[in-house]
Design a protein around this ligand. Structure first.
Ligand SMILES: [Zn+2]
Length: 330
């Protein structure tokens, strides 16, 4: 049997040990090269786009530049996801490395212990990284003529704990005994291609999303659930009844199940509770990890840092602690 990718040498191109032995000017230069890749690290003014800026450090040595054209100051992270950062740059690089190395996800409490920062700081930092990952999924369409995609749904949240005494227990399958907080993550995944998740109240609400984001001509594989009936008017749909088999005559949803396997392990092993306003972010994280599962960790860190440096300051966490709440999230 071929060696698993994660066991191979190619999977390990960056270690946390290396991040922590990097000198300040090396981390600074690493971030400059990621932020200003076109000029190989030479500063470009985010205010006017000028390329003539000089080093104008703060008194304590923190990097800062001043643009000769518009005379405004900026730092390496100005206008990015890490704008107004408080931690040293090395900490951000370490956080990204830790986050990428954990292939199922990273709990905010564990990161707060790793970096000796507060739980809130770690929580916000991790969500900013998820926001950066989501950037790659924006406007993504899947499939096309002759391509095969799979759809599937997985329910998260709204757990109702059974009562202690049997006489007090209720049938938790009945709507009146549920909390109404349960939501479904629907994923569309192209075989040998990318994935795209979204969050809905039920699977049948996902049909419009699938029609919008999957190109005509795609063959869609789905399980026996009645909610996917509506896909037949636009796509060729192959159904697989999981009570009979997991895969039959080429019909299966195993690629989509793989995504849920990763997300479920993140829920059970790391976060314990994935639900509510941030459910979509966790789904997007699982999607990014699935799509990049055969990429070396060094490359993943570069990619993610690059996404964070291209991303505008956070929508969800710009200077505030948890305020983003929406119903259906696509
Ligand atoms: Zn300028």
């Amino acid at each position: 049997m071929a060696q698993h990718f994660l066991l191979s040498k190619a999977a390990k191109s960056l270690s946390l040990a290396r991040v922590f032995t990097m000198k300040d000017d090396q981390t600074e230069m690493a971030f400059r090269r990621i932020r200003w890749a076109d000029t190989d690290g030479d500063p470009v003014c985010p205010h006017c786009g000028g390329v003539d800026a000089y080093d104008c450090r703060r008194l304590k040595g923190a990097p800062r530049f001043r643009c000769r054209a518009c005379v405004k100051d900026f730092s390496i992270t100005s206008g990015t996801l890490f704008a107004s950062h408080k931690l040293p740059l090395r900490c951000y690089l370490a956080a990204i490395a830790i986050f990428c190395n954990e292939v199922k996800g990273k709990s905010a409490l564990a990161l707060s212990r790793d970096l000796n920062v507060s739980y809130k700081c770690a929580f916000v930092l991790l969500h900013k990284l998820r926001e950066a990952m989501a950037e790659e999924l924006k406007g993504r369409t899947l499939g096309g003529d002759g391509k095969v995609a799979e759809v599937d749904g997985g329910y998260f949240g709204g757990y109702v704990k059974p009562a202690n005494f049997r006489v007090n227990r209720r049938d938790r399958r009945l709507a009146r005994y549920q909390t109404g907080k349960r939501k479904v993550v629907v994923v569309v995944r192209e075989r040998n291609g990318h994935s795209l998740p979204a969050v809905f109240r039920s699977e049948s609400h996902a049909l419009d999303f699938i029609r919008r984001r999957v190109a005509k001509g795609t063959t869609i594989n789905a399980d026996e659930a009645g909610s996917w009936e509506g896909l037949q008017d636009r796509f060729e749909v192959k159904r697989i009844n999981h009570e009979e088999a997991y895969s039959m005559d080429g019909a299966c949803t195993n690629w989509a199940e793989e995504f849920f396997s990763r997300m479920r392990r993140a829920e059970i092993g790391h976060h314990h509770h994935i639900a509510g306003a941030y459910l979509l972010r966790y789904a997007q994280e699982a999607s990014w990890r699935e799509d990049n599962r055969r990429t070396s960790n060094g490359e993943q860190v570069n990619r993610l840092a690059g996404l964070a440096m291209k991303h505008k300051p956070s929508v969800d966490f710009s200077g505030y602690w948890q305020r983003h709440v929406t119903a259906d999230q696509t």
